[in-house]
Ligand binder design. Structure first.
Ligand code: G2I
Length: 439
């Protein structure tokens, strides 16, 4: 566990959470006043990193030559999403002719500035190239899977999380899938896309991403939840759910937001706020941003927040002034509230705090396969390995591993930070997922 210690009271956190007796004991035993063990972050990325989370933004390739834009983006954010450059129309303008020029520019800018990348998006009813819009049936299904495979392969190893499928559910009270040419290829198109993405880039987290899924009581939220629960129970490779979080007065931040995030996380997926923007201004807008940050910080598996653009003038709906910087690059009140809320911390540190673990497929036999796990960031770690379906442990090396099905726990046994396991497939060849915490 990453421990968070006392933050200064001016940040609002939280002598309240510490019993007076404990506080007295600390003061008595040290003879000095309690102070923060960790300086408050002065940028969004630094403040989010205090609890092991990222803070990201959408980036437009055609703005990377603008210094005012890149200065803010580089300073404040450590996760980057291509706003349009990895979409289907951008990456496969003609069937089987791929164009990664602008997507690559964004990845290259991100990596050269030490940032991670969210991929957006592999399969979507919208922004399809003309040739795809006119397709249907098995030809479309094959073309979609080929697209997923080619794009995820091109970016293999460079993507933190992929929005594998975007916006596949209908709005309103039906709880149904959205009608689209992809949906008409068969209800299993979403899981087929996830399996293709996993095969192409086994180390990227694979997300389902949607909007109007914030309010727990809404039919669309329930429908997505039921799909994710079904996927997890059948071993369909899904690792995360993206909540776009485009809010305005007609669609305000719901008071049950943290319930929504927590319930999804309890299914065994990470949750990410992926395209945050909130129409408005002043205190009302700032308070809503604060509410979003607090909801994320309250859920251990809410691993990061991305806003959908840098300055209001960069927004897809600039008239709503929905972002954290104004058109001149000045920090808005919403920025200050967001930064303070990140610095104030929350109750749930993500499981990745303090160390990370990568999971790689190794040797395979008809009934078994090997999995290599490498920990970085700490030598005092505990790794939870979530087996898929009915997989069970046959053997392990270079770590002490307990459990045999479901979730395994591994701790160091003096053989360093890499270890391995052999799993019986028992009908499921999917790679397990793993999370790391420091001890
Ligand atoms: O609509 C807001 C977002 C909802 N969730 C999925 C996101 O992918 C989506 O992003 C927006 C971009 O912010 C817009 O920039 O998606 C729109 C449609 O893909 C983007 O708009 C497009 C315009 O439709 C194009 O005409 C334009 O050439 O932006 C393009 C580049 O400016």
């Amino acid at each position: 566990m990453m421990t968070r210690t006392f933050a200064p009271p001016r940040r609002g956190r939280t002598l309240r959470a510490i019993s007076l007796a404990t506080l007295a004991a600390v003061v008595l035993s040290t003879g000095v006043a309690v102070t923060s063990a960790q300086a408050a972050g002065s940028t969004l990325q630094a403040a989010a990193a205090e609890s092991g989370r990222y803070f990201g933004t959408a980036i437009a390739a055609n703005k990377l030559s603008e210094t005012a834009y890149t200065t803010i983006a580089n300073r404040e954010f450590n996760m980057v999403t291509a706003e349009n450059e990895m979409k289907l129309d951008a990456t496969e303008p003609n069937q089987n002719q791929f164009n990664f020029t602008n997507g690559d520019r964004i990845v290259s800018w991100a990596r050269s500035n030490g940032k991670q990348v969210r991929g957006h998006t592999l399969a979507w009813h919208s922004q399809q190239p003309g040739w795809m819009q006119n397709m249907s049936g098995s030809a479309l299904r094959s073309a979609m899977l080929n697209h997923v495979t080619q794009v995820a392969t091109h970016y293999r190893g460079q993507i933190h999380s992929w929005d594998v499928v975007n916006e596949a559910f209908a709005d309103g009270s039906s709880g149904a899938r959205r009608d689209s040419n992809l949906q008409r290829t068969g209800n299993d198109w979403i899981e087929a896309a996830f399996r293709a993405a996993r095969a192409a880039d086994p180390n990227a987290k694979l997300c389902y991403n949607d909007y109007n899924t914030d309010n727990w009581s809404h039919a669309k939220t329930q429908a997505v939840y039921n799909m994710v629960r079904d996927f997890k129970s059948r071993g369909v490779p899904i690792d995360c759910v993206g909540f776009q979080a485009h809010f305005n007065s007609g669609n305000p931040v719901p008071s049950n937001y943290h319930t929504t995030l927590g319930n999804f996380a309890a299914l065994g997926v990470d949750v990410q706020i992926t395209e945050l923007d909130i129409a408005g201004s002043g205190t009302s807008q700032a308070e809503q941003y604060r509410g979003i940050v607090q909801a994320c910080l309250a859920v251990s598996r809410c691993t990061g927040i991305s806003v959908w653009g840098v300055r209001d003038s960069d927004s897809w709906r600039s008239g709503d002034t929905p972002l954290l910087f104004d058109g001149n690059g000045n920090k808005k009140l919403a920025y200050n509230y967001t930064l303070d809320a990140l610095n104030a911390g929350g109750t749930g540190n993500p499981p990745t705090g303090g160390c990370t673990v990568t999971v790689t497929r190794a040797e395979e036999w008809s009934d078994r396969f090997n999995v290599s796990l490498a920990v970085s960031g700490s030598s005092a770690w505990r790794v939870s390995v979530q087996l898929q379906g009915s997989q069970s442990l046959q053997n392990s090396w270079n770590a002490t591993v307990s459990g045999s099905t479901g979730t395994l726990t591994a701790v160091p046994n003096g053989n360093g930070n890499s270890f391995g396991i052999t799993l019986y497939k028992n009908g499921n060849t999917n790679l397990p997922t793993a999370t790391c915490s420091t001890t």
